[in-house]
Design a protein. Structure first.
Length: 110
C-alpha cells in the first residue's frame, strides 16, 4: 500500500523515514520528495508498505503526531491517472470545442 506523508521536517531523510514506518511492519520503500533545483526536502514523502494491515496501522498511529513544528498528515496515497495530467486539456487554451494547440484569438476579422 502506498502512503502519502506530509508535514515532515525538512532535515528528515529517506533512511529516517523508513525507520519510523518499520516500527509498524515491512517497508518496501520510503522516499522523501526533493526539490530538483535546491536539493532540499519538499516536506512530503511516499512510503510503500506491502502488507495493507500494517500500512493501515502506521497511518492510524502516525497521522497527526508532531515530528517538528507541524503535525504529520499520513494517509493512503491517491492513485494518479496514467497518461499525464488530467487537470487541463492538451495544447493551449480551451476553446470549448475541438482543436489543437495555440490560443483563442476570437472571431476572424477580415
Amino acid at each position: 500500500m502506498n502512503i502519502f506523508v506530509a508535514g515532515l521536517p525538512y532535515d528528515l531523510d529517506d533512511a529516517e523515514l523508513m525507520e519510523i514506518f518499520e516500527k509498524f511492519g515491512e517497508v518496501k520503500s520510503a522516499k522523501v520528495a526533493m526539490d530538483r533545483e535546491t536539493g532540499k526536502s519538499r516536506g512530503f514523502a511516499f512510503v510503500d508498505m506491502p502488507v495493507k494491515e500494517e500500512a493501515m496501522d502506521a497511518i492510524e498511529n502516525l497521522n497527526d503526531i508532531s515530528l517538528g513544528k507541524k503535525p504529520l498528515v499520513v494517509k493512503a496515497a491517491e492513485e494518479r491517472p496514467s497518461g499525464g495530467s488530467s487537470r487541463r486539456p492538451s495544447g493551449g487554451y480551451d476553446r470549448g470545442g475541438s482543436g489543437g494547440a495555440g490560443y483563442d484569438r476570437g472571431p476572424k476579422r477580415y
